[in-house]
Design a protein around this ligand. Structure first.
Ligand SMILES: Nc1nc2c(ncn2[C@@H]2O[C@H](COP(=O)(O)OP(=O)(O)O)[C@@H](O)[C@H]2O)c(=O)[nH]1
Ligand SMILES: [Mg+2]
Length: 267
C-alpha cells in the first residue's frame, strides 16, 4: 500500500467530436467534485475535432476555472491523446474518463476515496454486484465478455472488466508503466495490465456505464482487434518471461549495493 497522501486529482478526458455532450460531462463532473470538496483539475484533450468541441472547451473555462483544455499537438489517436493528457497533468493521481457521459461522476468520487486508502490503482467493474450497464450494444457486449474472460485466464487475475478505460491511478503507478506505447483504444488495456504485471497494488469497485445519447461511438473493433492482441501478448510476455525486470520492486539480486557498502566489499 502507498502511504503518500494525495493532494490533487486530475481527470483526463479524451475528446473527439463531442460537441453534443462535452459541456455537460465537464460541468456535471466539476459540480460533483466541488460538492465533495475534492481538489481537482479537468484535463480535456481534443484531438483535431472537426465540430465545435474545441470552441466549447475554451468557452467553458470561464465557468469551470479548473478546466485545462489541451489540443494534442502530436499524432492523433485515443491512446496518444490520453498519454498527452497524462504528460501535462498537475495531479498526483488521475482518473481517465470518457467525454460521452457514459461514466458516472459519482464513481470518480469513489475512485478518489479508494485511492486515498493507499491503493496505487482503483479499477471499476460493470460486471460485479452493484455495477451495471444501460443500453450496452449486444455485439460489443459479447466481444467484451469473451475478451475479458481470456484476459482473466491469461493473466490469472480476478478482475473481469479490464477493457474499460474508466479507471484511477496514482501518478507513481502511471510513471511506472512508462513508456506507454498504445496509440489507440488499446491503451485501455495497456495501463491496467501493465500496472498489475509490474506489481502496483489495485482493488476493484462496482461502477455503472450507460450508452452515449449523442454523437458517434468511435471504437472500431475491426481496426482494433489486432492492436489489442498485440498489447495483451506483449504484457503476457513481460509477465512470464521478463524475470521481474520491469517490476516496481525489482528482484533483490538485480539491485547493486553501493560501491562502499559492506556487501560490495565482501563481493
Ligand atoms: N482525443 C481523442 N479522443 C477520442 C478519440 N477517439 C475517441 N475519443 C474519445 O474517447 C472516448 C470514448 O470514445 P467512444 O466513441 O465513446 O468509444 P466507444 O463508446 O467505446 O465506441 C470519448 O470521450 C471520445 O470523444 C481520438 O482519436 N482522440
Ligand atoms: Mg462511448
Amino acid at each position: 500500500m502507498n502511504p503518500k497522501p494525495l493532494h490533487l486529482l486530475s481527470v483526463v478526458i479524451p475528446v473527439q467530436n463531442e460537441e453534443g455532450c462535452i459541456g455537460s460531462t465537464i460541468e456535471h463532473l466539476h459540480l460533483e467534485l466541488k460538492l465533495k470538496n475534492i481538489p481537482h483539475e479537468i484535463v480535456a484533450v481534443d484531438d483535431g475535432s472537426s465540430d465545435q468541441s474545441w470552441q466549447i472547451l475554451t468557452a467553458l473555462q470561464a465557468r469551470v476555472p479548473v478546466l485545462v483544455p489541451l489540443q494534442n499537438t502530436h499524432r492523433h489517436g485515443f491512446g496518444r491523446a490520453i498519454i498527452f493528457g497524462l504528460d501535462h497533468m498537475q495531479g498526483d493521481a488521475a482518473v481517465i474518463m470518457m467525454a460521452d457521459e457514459s461514466d458516472d461522476c459519482r464513481d470518480v468520487v469513489r475512485y478518489w476515496n479508494k485511492l486515498n486508502e493507499g491503493y496505487d490503482c482503483v479499477f471499476g467493474s460493470r460486471f460485479i454486484k452493484g455495477g451495471g450497464t444501460i443500453d450496452y450494444p449486444w455485439f460489443k457486449m459479447i466481444l467484451n465478455r469473451i475478451a475479458n474472460t481470456f484476459l482473466m485466464i491469461m493473466f490469472r487475475i480476478p478482475f473481469n472488466d479490464v477493457t474499460n478505460a474508466f479507471k484511477a491511478y496514482r501518478r507513481d503507478a502511471i510513471d511506472g508503466c512508462r513508456p506507454l506505447i498504445a496509440p489507440h483504444f488499446n491503451l485501455t488495456v495497456e495501463l491496467p495490465l501493465k500496472a498489475i504485471v509490474r506489481g502496483y497494488s489495485w482493488t476493484v469497485i462496482p461502477i455503472t456505464w450507460r450508452n452515449r445519447r449523442t454523437g458517434e461511438a468511435k471504437l472500431k473493433i475491426k481496426e482494433m482487434g489486432s492492436r489489442y492482441l498485440f498489447i495483451c501478448l506483449y504484457l503476457w510476455l513481460e509477465k512470464y518471461f521478463s524475470m521481474g525486470d520491469y517490476k516496481r520492486n525489482p528482484p533483490p539480486s538485480f539491485i547493486k549495493p553501493p560501491a562502499d557498502s559492506k556487501a560490495a566489499k565482501k563481493a
